[in-house]
Structure formats: C-alpha cells, structure tokens
Design a protein around this ligand. Sequence first.
Ligand SMILES: Nc1ncnc2c1ncn2[C@@H]1O[C@H](COP(=O)(O)OP(=O)(O)OP(=O)(O)O)[C@@H](O)[C@H]1O
Ligand SMILES: [Mg+2]
Length: 328
Amino acid sequence: MNKIAIDLGSSVTKIYKIGSGIVLVEPSCVAVNTADSTVKAIGKDAKQLIGKTSDYTTTVFPVFEGEIVNEKLATTMLNHFLYKAGVKSGAEAVFCVHCGFDAGQKALYQKIASGCALRKVSFVESPILAGLGDDVPFTVYEPAFCIDIGHGVTDIAAFSSDGIIAGISMNVGGGSIDVHIIDHIADLYGIKIGSLTSESVKVNVGSLYDTDNQSMIVNGRDIASGKPCSKVVYAPNLFFPLQTHVDKVIEYALLVLGKLPAEVSAVIRKNGILLTGGMAKLAGIREYFEEHLQMEVHVGDEPQMSVILGGGRIVGNPDLLRRVRAEV
Ligand SMILES: Nc1ncnc2c1ncn2[C@@H]1O[C@H](COP(=O)(O)OP(=O)(O)OP(=O)(O)O)[C@@H](O)[C@H]1O
Ligand SMILES: [Mg+2]
C-alpha cells in the first residue's frame, strides 16, 4: 500500500510518495470547456492557457486562498495527479493544511479523498510540516516558529511536537503580490500586463534588496491606445508592491510573537525562525525579515518544498502523526 503526502496548494500541488520522494509538482490549475464543462487540460498544460483562452475555455484554480472552492474540479485534478504520479488506489494520505483548518474544510477534503480512492486520511498544519521538512529541531520542550508564505495564504505559527502553540493564517501571498504588481505597472507605465507576466516579473526581477537593479522586458497592452507594447521593468519598480505585502506578514508575525508565553518566546528568540513557501525564494526576503523582526531567520535550500517534505516524513512516522495531526 502506498503512503503519500499531498499539498493541494493554491498555486502548486505537490505529492510525496514514501520510497520515491517528491513525485509530482504541478500548477493547481484546470482548463474547462465553458459549453459542456468538460476538462480540456490539467496542471502545467492548463496554466499555460491563462489569459490566452477563447470564449469556449476557462481556466480554474480549484483551491483559492487556501480554501477548496470547487470540490468537483479539485477531485478531477487530484485524481489526474495521483495517476500521473503512479499512486495506487487505497493509498494512505496526509494532507498538508493551513492553520485554522476547520470542520467544514475537513468535510470537503474527505469528499475529495473518497473521490480519489484514498483510504485513510489525516491532516497536519503546514508550519509543523515545514519544520520537519527543513530539519528544524523541535520537541515538546523546545518549540519552533515558522512563517510559510505561499501563493494564497501565509501561515505563521509557534509549535512543538505537541502541536500548534499559537498560529494564524492570513490571505496574503504571492498571488496578492501578482495582482498588486499588475496595478502598479499599469500606474507607472500605462501598460496592462497579464497574471502570468506579473508572476514571471516578480520571480525573475523582484527583490527586497534596495540596491538591486536587474530588469526584464514585459509585454502587454498599452492602456491608452489598446495596442500591444513592451516596457523594461526594473527591480525598484516592484519594491512597493513587494514591501506592502511582506510588511503585512511581518506585522502579523510580530503579533503572534508578542502573544507567546515567555518560555516559548525565549526559546524562539534563541533559535530564530524558519521562513518557507515559494515566496521565501524572493531575493532579499531573509535579510528583510531579519532586519524587521530583529531575529535570526533561516531559509532552507528548497523552501517551496519544505511543507511537502515534512508531509513525507510524517506519513512514515505514525507516532508523531498521532501527536500533531489536526483534530477538528
Ligand atoms: N523565486 C521566487 N521569488 C518570488 N516568488 C516566488 C519564487 N518562486 C515561486 N514564487 C511564488 O511562490 C508562490 C507559490 O508558492 P507555494 O508553492 O509555496 O504556494 P502554494 O502552496 O501553492 O500556495 P498556498 O500555500 O498559499 O495555498 C507563487 O506565488 C510563486 O509565484
Ligand atoms: Mg502552500
């Protein structure tokens, strides 16, 4: 029987299979025929169609800001990914979920799991998994602190091997930054860019180092004339949208840190915090957090994979799973 971990991210789905490691990393995207609702493409094939579809096709992200918003398409998508990853029916699965996971979300996940022929499912909150995935030492006496900045959600939590001590989940992430970049570039240059271009400019040029000045040519539509046009976008042009959202995360992290019991606070101050999620790959973000939190900040080699790697660890460790799984 396969034992797997599944992270149904707002932007990227990741699957880990015991014995094989990470077996799938694909955009959580489905292209659907608007006339008869049939599925035209799933994963990277679907994401490539964003902003280029005719009236007959629409692209859907079945998970939006961390919530399952289209159970049927989420099931179709996950079934396709499990098949592609060679996962057999009847697998035991751990789902990586956000802080504040509730009974309503659990019911939706369980429907999806049964639609995908998964046998036994458990749920564990992302910060704990990120800590495990990045080998952060934590025990029942020695808590840890993690900030996971994904596409639709940022999870911030202090936790021990007994579970979450204090944590929150907020709807800020790479997705809200992409939207802000689109508006900001429109204001600066009078050019409307699409969401794929916005994500690409954020990943390739975005930086929180105020000395960075790398650039990229972006293509879009001139707002005044309606004609296709190109502009060079420089790193400092993106600083404001990036800083606005990252500052919000820092504000909430300080709020959680400020409410921790004194003993927990002391350990975290000594050991520092872990930063994970796709946004942890942004240039300069570690240093920016260190400066604003006045604490040591650690970023692993592959921060976007920390949570799913932790999922893989925990599905193979029933004792720890029993202790930290989310019971709602
Ligand atoms: N090098 C990079 N610099 C900045 N952002 C990046 C980089 N690489 C990826 N990202 C962003 O990280 C986000 C995806 O991260 P991640 O896979 O952790 O999210 P997710 O798990 O799908 O979403 P969520 O956890 O919010 O449901 C996207 O917004 C993507 O554009
Ligand atoms: Mg995530």
